[in-house]
Design a protein around this ligand. Structure first.
Ligand code: GRG
Length: 303
């Protein structure tokens, strides 16, 4: 891939991998639910998992793995596993006890389309399916690689990662957090899964320490950029384009960098973070053109 990837070329690559991921997830759910799952639970899982979404995290797994010559086919199980886990977090985040959202990905949230108990179970089932998929021998023939992937995802998703970040976020509502606390919270809540996405590519590719660290640095910066862009979208965005409610952060007294820095400074900081993400990829040269474009895309997105 060339160093300066055209936006439309990048978008079509993102769309293509989103399509591949969607087909993989559909097939995964078909096989999984054929085991005798209750029909209503299965329908709600399909509603959550197959109803759109940008599939950015699977894209990052596939593209990071590609840097080490891992084919898309070999990267898709780990990519799909991460999307299952991400989707569980959205379903639970939308519940009345958390963010209380009615719309997600342009459709009614799971607890609205079904009911709250079903939404909790859908989250539980998708979280479990993520680890079932990652630890399945068909994901990678090497048990050590499967174990490393499973360990890394557990750490990213759990108490010291996404779940802990969500707990900090809920506790901080209405509080004036300092910038470093907001950054720590966001690195856990949103950043941990982005870091995992990129690290997963390195694990699948049997990367050496330097290459794995470079991808972790890239994933960390990308997660920051994604979150900051999300906060800007919440402040300035359009609910129809986003497929969910906007202007919710201020309403709920949420600690965001945009609230602390102001819109213009936040935009400048976003450009700097994109630069940090691009710099982290130096070791990979031109081969990492698509990941560089991903950093710019994440910062410019409108949904
Ligand atoms: C419930 C344990 C638990 C965690 C929830 C992900 C999360 C933690 C909360 C979502 C709140 C939020 C809006 C975070 C900002 C960044 C983010 C994760 C946005 C949603 O991800 P996208 O934009 O969604 O990749 P799609 O629908 O495209 O997959």
């Amino acid at each position: 891939m060339p160093e300066t990837l055209h936006t439309s070329t990048f978008q079509s690559e993102l769309d293509r991998i989103a399509g591949e991921t969607g087909r993989y997830l559909e097939d995964l759910l078909d096989r999984h639910l054929a085991g005798g799952a209750p029909a209503r639970l299965g329908d709600a899982m399909r509603h959550a998992l197959l109803g759109g979404g940008k599939r950015v995290r699977p894209f990052l797994v596939v593209q990071s793995a590609r840097l080490f010559g891992v084919t898309e086919e070999k990267a898709l199980p780990a990519a799909a596993s991460l999307e299952c886990l991400h989707t569980y977090s959205l379903v639970h985040d939308d519940l009345p006890a958390m963010d209380d959202d009615d719309m997600r990905r342009g459709r009614p949230t799971v607890h609205v389309a079904f009911d709250e108990a079903t939404a909790i179970l859908v989250g539980d089932a998708l979280l479990t399916l993520a680890f079932e998929t990652l630890s399945d021998p068909s994901t990678d023939s090497d048990p050590g690689t499967r174990s490393a992937l499973t360990f890394a995802l557990a750490k990213a998703a759990g108490t010291n990662g996404m779940v802990g970040g969500q707990a900090l976020d809920l506790a901080a509502e209405g509080e004036a957090l300092p910038i470093d606390e907001v950054l720590r919270l966001q690195a856990m809540k949103t950043g941990a899964l982005f870091r995992f996405a990129c690290e997963a590519g390195a694990i699948l590719g049997r990367a050496d320490g330097a290459h794995r660290t470079a991808l972790i640095r890239y994933g960390t910066a990308l997660g920051q950029a994604f979150q900051l862009a999300d906060d800007l979208l919440d402040q300035e965005g359009d609910a129809a384009a986003a497929g969910k409610a906007v202007a919710k952060d201020a309403e709920r007294g949420k600690a965001t960098l945009v609230a602390l820095l102001g819109v213009e400074t936040a935009k400048t900081r976003l450009d700097e973070i994109v630069g940090e993400a691009e710099n982290a990829l130096e070791l990979f040269g031109e081969e990492a053109g698509t990941l560089r474009a991903a950093a710019r895309f994440v910062a410019r997105r409108n949904a």
